[in-house]
Design a protein around this ligand. Structure first.
Ligand SMILES: Cc1cc2nc3c(=O)[nH]c(=O)nc-3n(C[C@H](O)[C@H](O)[C@H](O)COP(=O)(O)OP(=O)(O)OC[C@H]3O[C@@H](n4cnc5c(N)ncnc54)[C@H](O)[C@@H]3O)c2cc1C
Length: 631
């Protein structure tokens, strides 16, 4: 398949994969339109008592198992999860947490699935990575959403019990841009023949069954396009070429996988030909909540370590936690842990209640938690000083408590990159945020649209904006006493309401100013999305504190909201006063080689070789068996 893809084609592919309709109300969509619909997230849906009972029972069993059977230092040392741990997880039913009971799984709610990930991740990230890749993007979710009853009956009991699954989309030449997908699935009489090379598949080094994305060429009777298949991993022609190793997530079973003339029967196609990306994106609508859960776990753990260390370590006459500079960091870490948990809880309960479209909220949760989680571990390392930088193994060898802060930092970093990098999440959320505008004014904004269509669009847009714009001028946030039932937190909700309208006004102004070129203003769009994320976080914190109903929760929500409001103010300031053009210009000159003089005096240890491996199987590709610690 050709991988010469223009920017426009790449956009078309992404656009085609989007869910176009909004069948259910969306808090996030309304927020970006300047309409603060608190009623969509408050009061929070009640947790079903049966689901709570089942969830708590599972959490207790998982905790017991982790604490008594799993040595996190060993996983870190050996860079693999011992077989008996994987077997133990299977026995607990942990592979089937999200699979409904009728298909042999535990049928946990989203809330409890996330809590299980929080717990597992804090013990060792390799475990939560295995579980979340298996369940959030592996075989079960796409099948639950798009599979036939027959497919569900065949595969779900297996993946719920003991078949480890993985998701194979990425290729050497396909990262953020799926339009470049080169793996092919050529139709035969009774199925497809797959060829290609897949990169970085989590669980791909030990998987039993995987979801693989490949291009079906268009031909008679085949509409073609990127399609998703369930592939038993022991099928002839599947080779794990490498077990990849990373900065963090030691113990991850991540593969480079070669597919050479691999036959997959027609009944293993998920959905229809050409639906592959839509399936992947829809799966991620709630699947994306796994990563924020992992970040929440780390932030809560960071709070605990700060408390213990901040009290015990005395320097310059008092515990380090009481020196103002360190106290500021602890305040940030604790408040952020609460804010992230609030956002996760609000989003997850919405997912369980199935009464809202949560694609924006889940995407924001992924973006925001991974960015804030990174800041949290960075500050935690600073609070721990030199011990933060020392490995847990080394601390233990010296007779100190093996607190794995440097590991937490290494493990946390990837969250800003995978399952949608921050840059891609900014674009994805921005696209959803301006969807209503594109709906009514898309043709006006597009540069290359004929005049008659523009005129028709102007008429339609005129009707929408005549009603919408005046609504942005006034609102509840200006009325003293509004949201009063939230007590001292009401002021933060008023802030959210006012700033949601300001956000919508800024977006509208920018659309007028840049029109079709708006999509190129990525730094601008990033700030708009980040403001929306902070506003959602503030609202979630207030709502969650109200649900918990304690003075402690209110204090955390209040301080978190204050910190988030300060960030919102800076972001707004930078929306139209920034150095974006200067930065972009400099980047272009750097790329064009104008500043190679600056690189003098260094020695680059990167060595030789292509920056990207060929999508074709390389002659020198090592076989799976040659890799010492691959299984
Ligand atoms: C540990 C690990 C586990 C993974 N697990 C899986 C898995 O299980 N299955 C799977 O299929 N894949 C997996 N991946 C792949 C992962 O999803 C990709 O790394 C991710 O999609 C980003 O792609 P890339 O690394 O090729 O970055 P690139 O797409 O090459 O991007 C490089 C940089 O450019 C930015 N960028 C790219 N396009 C744009 C744009 N249009 N506008 C602005 N900025 C842009 C990116 O944000 C990034 O900063 C994994 C990766 C890792 C490292």
């Amino acid at each position: 398949m050709a991988t010469n893809v223009t920017e426009q084609q790449a956009r078309q592919v992404a656009e085609a994969a989007r869910e176009r309709e909004w069948k259910l109300p969306s808090f996030g969509k309304e927020l970006f339109l300047g309409n603060f619909r608190l009623d969509l997230i408050h009061p929070q849906p009640e947790l079903d008592p049966a689901a709570v009972e089942k969830g708590e029972r599972f959490l207790a069993a998982l905790r017991d198992f982790l604490v008594s059977e799993v040595d996190p230092l060993r996983i870190e040392r050996e860079a693999r999860i011992p077989d008996e741990v994987v077997d133990g997880l299977k026995e607990l039913g942990a592979l089937g947490m999200k699979v409904p009971a009728e298909y042999g799984g535990l049928g946990l709610s989203q809330v409890y699935y996330n809590r299980a990930l929080v717990l597992a991740d804090t013990w060792h990230s390799a475990i939560s990575t295995l579980l979340s890749a298996h369940q959030s993007i592996g075989v079960s979710q796409p099948l639950l959403a798009f599979g036939t009853e027959e497919q569900k009956r065949r595969w779900l009991p297996l993946v719920a019990r003991d078949h480890i699954s993985a998701f194979l989309l990425t290729e050497p030449d396909v990262g953020s841009d799926p339009a470049r997908l080169a793996a092919t699935a050529v139709p035969t009489d009774d199925g497809y023949v797959l060829n290609g090379r897949k990169l970085w598949a989590t669980n791909g080094a030990i998987a039993d069954v995987v979801v693989v994305m490949a291009q079906v060429p268009k031909s008679e009777g085949h509409r073609g396009g990127i399609s998703a298949f369930v592939l038993p991993y022991d099928t002839e022609g599947v080779t794990v070429e490498n077990r990849n190793a990373f900065m963090g997530l030691r113990g991850i079973e991540n593969s480079a996988t070669l597919l050479r003339d691999v036959f997959v029967p027609a009944e293993n196609l998920i959905g229809r030909e050409g639906d592959g990306l839509k399936i992947a994106l829809t799966t991620l609508n709630t699947g994306r909540l796994a990563l924020p859960a992992i970040c929440v776990g780390v932030a809560k753990w960071a709070t605990k370590i700060c408390r213990e260390w901040g009290n015990e370590r005395v320097q310059w006459g008092q515990p380090v936690g009481r020196h103002d500079a360190v106290a500021q960091k602890i305040g940030f870490i604790a408040a952020t842990a609460f804010g992230l948990e609030a956002m996760l809880d609000v989003s997850s309960r919405l997912a369980d209640a199935k009464r809202s479209d949560i694609r924006i909220e889940a995407a924001i949760a992924k973006l925001y938690a991974s960015e804030m989680g990174w800041k949290v571990v960075d500050e935690l390392m600073q609070v721990r000083g030199g011990r933060g930088y020392e490995t847990a193994e080394s601390l233990k060898a010296r007779g100190e408590k093996p607190v794995p802060v440097e590991q937490a930092m290494r493990d946390m970093r990837i969250n800003r990159i995978f399952e949608g990098s921050t840059e891609i999440m900014h674009l994805l959320i921005a696209r959803e945020a301006v969807d209503q505008h594109l709906e009514v004014a898309g043709d006006i904004l597009e540069g290359d649209v004929e005049l008659a269509r523009k005129a028709r669009a102007a008429l339609k847009a005129g009707r929408f904006y005549a009603k919408w714009l005046p609504q942005l001028a006034v609102g509840e946030g200006q009325r003293p006493g509004s949201f009063d039932d939230f007590g001292e937190l009401a002021t933060h909700l008023r802030f959210v309401e006012r700033n949601s309208r300001k956000l919508a006004r800024s977006t509208f102004y920018a659309m007028g100013r840049w029109q079709a070129k708006l999509e190129k203003r990525q730094a601008f769009l990033g700030r708009i999305v980040d403001i929306g994320a902070e506003l959602y976080a503030i609202a979630a914190a207030c709502v969650y504190a109200r649900t918990l109903g304690t003075a402690e929760a209110r204090e955390l929500a209040d301080v978190f909201a204050r910190q988030a409001r300060a960030r919102v103010k800076t972001l707004f300031y930078n929306v139209f006063a920034n150095e974006d053009d200067a930065n972009h210009g400099l980047a272009r000159r750097v790329l064009d080689g104008a500043h190679t003089w600056l690189e003098e005096g260094i020695a680059d240890p990167s060595g030789e070789g292509p920056m990207m491996a060929s999508a074709e199987p390389a002659e020198a590709a090592r076989s799976y068996m040659d890799v010492p610690d691959a299984r």
